[in-house]
Design a protein around this ligand. Structure first.
Ligand SMILES: [Zn+2]
Length: 386
């Protein structure tokens, strides 16, 4: 998300005290049952170990020789492949913040359409690969007999101090209660529109077996919120879970939830690969050379979810968010057969006209091998087979 957090972050209360260290959550017998493989049986029996991150990170992880681990700067903070990135000059950012406060009465004209989805097909489905756009960067994906979510957010206002913050143009495409059983969640980074603690707490409470995959440095935040099925990964690390290989991969972005934590936790994209389908989730990212490397090493993908919004003002966003043309290029770079557009039209985040990103995305894709048929702009709530 955007610099909005800078202004309000000092007011942020990170966790709900009533959930922190709650014994019934942390000692849940289901905690270890869904993690496979577990190499160290002693990790799941000792009550003295129940708060350790080793217990949480109990899936076997492998570094791939194809990708470098995430770089850090001379202060030990995570950085990007090309070093730190620009967020624009101070005047550019100040002007942006002032415009944000001036958009309270902006029209929702141009927001995505929404279709009703009460989820009965999805709850019964275990064989047809599908993708459903819930809104923003939240997708429900079904493949290989597993159900997973990307960057799930059901909140109305992603902010440290709601209701102050960028609010929704469109409600979530289906009710959280109507989801099928969620096997796992992948999270790209800690900005409030991507790591939504109220939603994560609900998902964990709904199914204690759901595993949350996060980039390095993010597990502690979830643990403090009573979410104990968490697996942290570095860029280039892979785990096997159920019928899939889950790969944590580079992006070009940053992280921040409060004044003092800039780039202390990592950001990432994710590939979920099975024997029948290969899916790529780009998360929140600027365009960078890493997409070609991901395509070379892990492509082709049947479907790539690429962010197409929050690209204006250019001077502030260019290195952290792709514009629609760059998103099409990213989909081509990772060798996607089809690309589905995400990260637009849901929250009031940036300066570009609300209707513009999908129009530019379709126009750019038409000129490429993707064409009109394989560049998808879904309605919010729409399910499509892939
Ligand atoms: Zn972000």
């Amino acid at each position: 998300m955007l610099g909005f957090t800078l202004a309000t972050a000092s007011l942020h209360v990170q966790s709900s005290p009533e959930l922190v260290g709650s014994p019934e959550l942390i000692n849940s017998p289901e905690l270890s049952s869904s993690l496979e493989p577990i190499n160290s049986p002693e990790l799941i029996k000792g009550p003295e170990l129940v708060n350790s991150l080793e217990l949480i990170n109990s899936l076997e992880r492998h570094y791939s020789p194809d990708f470098d681990s995430a770089p850090r700067d001379n202060k030990g903070r995570f950085t990007n492949q090309g070093g730190d990135i620009s967020h624009g000059s101070l005047p550019v950012r100040l002007g942006f913040y002032l415009r944000r406060f001036g958009t309270l009465f902006r029209s929702d004209n141009g927001a995505p359409k929404s279709v009703a989805n009460e989820g009965s097909f999805l709850r019964d489905n275990s064989t047809t690969p599908t993708v459903t756009w819930i809104g923003h960067a939240t997708l429900l994906v079904q493949m290989e007999g597993v159900n997973f979510l990307t960057d799930p957010i059901w909140s109305q206002t992603p902010s440290p101090v709601p209701p102050i913050g960028p609010s929704r143009w469109v409600d979530p495409g289906m009710a959280l209660e109507d989801l099928p059983t969620i096997d796992f969640v992948v999270i790209s980074h800690n900005h409030f529109d991507h790591l939504d603690l109220p939603t994560l707490r609900k998902l964990a409470a709904r199914n204690s077996d759901t595993v949350f995959f996060v980039p390095l440095g993010n597990a502690d935040l979830l643990l403090k919120n009573g979410i104990t099925q968490v697996q942290e990964l570095d860029w280039g690390e892979t785990v096997s879970y159920k019928n899939t290989q889950i790969h944590c991969l580079p992006t070009q972005h940053w992280s921040k939830r409060k004044l003092s934590d800039t780039r202390k936790s990592l950001w990432a994209s994710w590939a979920v690969i099975g024997s029948e389908r290969r899916f790529y989730f780009a998360g929140d990212t600027g365009y960078f050379a890493g997409f070609k490397q991901i395509g070379d090493k892990l492509g082709p993908f049947d479907l790539a979810a690429v962010p197409i919004g929050a690209y204006e003002p250019h001077a502030m966003m260019a290195e952290t968010h792709m514009n629609p043309e760059e998103a099409v290029q990213a989909a081509l770079d990772v060798q996607a057969e089809s690309a589905v557009a995400i990260h637009f039209g849901t929250f009031d985040l940036s300066d570009e006209p609300l209707a513009e990103p999908p129009l530019r995305f379709k126009a750019a894709a038409k000129e490429t091998i993707l064409g009109a048929d394989n560049s998808w702009v879904l309605d919010i709530g729409e399910t499509r087979q892939f």
